[in-house]
Design a protein around this ligand. Structure first.
Ligand SMILES: Cc1ncc(COP(=O)(O)O)c(C=O)c1O
Length: 384
């Protein structure tokens, strides 16, 4: 579960009475079902031709040379850092607002996480604070494109190149989203993506890495299979694990990715419906996504300006009307095992007020209108 929820949350796609609005609706249809049956009948169940087909389809879609499919976005990050040789004694720079998977990938390899605050207006890594966090032990910088919002990759690449540190983009929430340099996840040493349940294109669980360099690809393919150089190898050449994907889920993936543009259009309509419908509510701020520059609003995120207590009241109010929402997961520095130091004032504002409104590639627009009405009702009730 990583759509950033706590407490008063309704599980994604939980069995609910018809009139209830789930906070997230996936779009999974007959085409996916048919393709899975076809591949299972052909006994394509482990990493094989369908996984290769998915990798090729994604590579063509994003215009990149190589894609390596794996079991989740978390494992894509771990595979990426393992391929880059991140280990004990190294430091990895991570924004303070992200899903913990970004930091855990580094921690699992024995590296230390250095947290940097996000911008004041959007929860995206504040690139101007990155350079001060770089030390001789920095082994990677992990910008996170939260909810399709682009981190400034041009400025970040300039800093990374100056210090000779690789960039690994956490693009788990930003498949098909664009920044000034094109598709997010394609402007760094390795881009990592998720195909999890609450993502634009979903295989239930799944993920992939985008790689440009041929040697790095070879290394990643070995790390992916416990360090052997191909299936006929009789030597283990390096530390690795089993990071392989499987053809049953890849069968869902090829259909989902082909339907990407349709999903982009729908989540954008959801977001714009909220923007138009909530413009006059000043207790709430829609955390902006730049549609005009190609960013894809995977979710519609709002911030309750007065903070935590009112957010809880609002979630309860909506839930009483059958409307599920999710609150943001906590800032990373609040987890003592990361050993963070410093202040993160911008992150804290989002931590206290952040909330996901109902959405998703199959969320009926009528549900968005019902949610907007309920938010207006709350606003009237609030001012009494
Ligand atoms: C920013 C971020 N990074 C990494 C992940 C991990 O992806 P997965 O759930 O596929 O492991 C997620 C999942 O939501 C995420 O939001």
């Amino acid at each position: 579960m990583n759509a950033h929820a706590r407490a008063v949350a309704v599980p994604a796609n939980a069995a609910m009475p018809d009139q209830d609005i789930r906070w997230w609706r996936i779009s999974m249809g007959e085409a996916e079902v048919q393709r899975v049956m076809l591949e299972m009948r052909a006994e394509h169940i482990s990493g094989g031709p369908v996984t290769r087909e998915l990798e090729t389809l994604i590579a063509t879609t994003l215009g990149v040379p190589h894609v390596v499919a794996t079991t989740s976005g978390s494992m894509a990050l771990t595979l990426a850092l393992m391929t880059l040789g991140v280990g004990p004694g190294d430091e990895v720079i991570v924004p303070n607002r992200t899903f913990m998977a970004t930091a855990h990938a580094a921690l699992m390899l024995g590296a230390k996480v250095k947290l940097v605050d996000v911008c004041a207006d959007i929860p995206a890594l504040d690139v101007s604070q990155v350079e001060a966090a770089i030390t001789p032990r920095t082994k990677a910088i992990l910008p996170v494109h939260l909810n399709g919002r682009a981190v400034d990759m041009i400025a970040l690449n300039e800093i990374a190149q100056r210090h000779g540190v690789p960039l690994v983009e956490d693009t788990a929430q930003a498949f098909l989203s664009k920044g000034s340099g094109g598709y997010l996840g394609t402007q760094s040493t390795i881009g990592c993506f998720s195909l999890g349940m609450t993502k634009l294109c979903s295989t239930g669980q799944g993920g992939f890495c985008v790689v440009h360099d041929d040697d790095l690809l070879k290394r990643m393919r070995r790390v992916q299979v416990h360090g052997v150089n191909d299936t006929l190898s009789d030597a283990y050449e390096m530390l690795g694990s089993n990071f392989k994907f499987n053809d049953v889920l890849a069968a869902i993936g090829v259909v989902q990715v082909a339907r990407g543009p349709e999903k982009v259009a729908h989540v954008t309509e959801v977001y714009e419906t909220y923007v138009n419908g909530l413009a006059d509510l000043d207790f709430l701020e829609i955390i902006p996504v730049r549609i005009a520059s190609g960013e894809v609003p995977l979710w519609t995120e709002v911030c309750v300006r007065s903070g935590r207590a009112e957010r809880t009241r609002l979630m309860r109010f909506l839930l009483d009307r059958g409307i599920g929402t999710r609150q943001f997961l906590p800032d990373l520095d609040l987890s003592p095992y990361l050993g963070a130091t410093g202040e993160f004032p911008n992150s804290r504002r989002f931590d206290a007020g952040g909330l996901f409104l109902p959405g998703g590639p199959a969320q009926p627009i009528a549900n968005i209108h019902r949610t907007i009405e309920a938010l207006h009702e709350y606003a009237r009730h609030r001012s009494v």
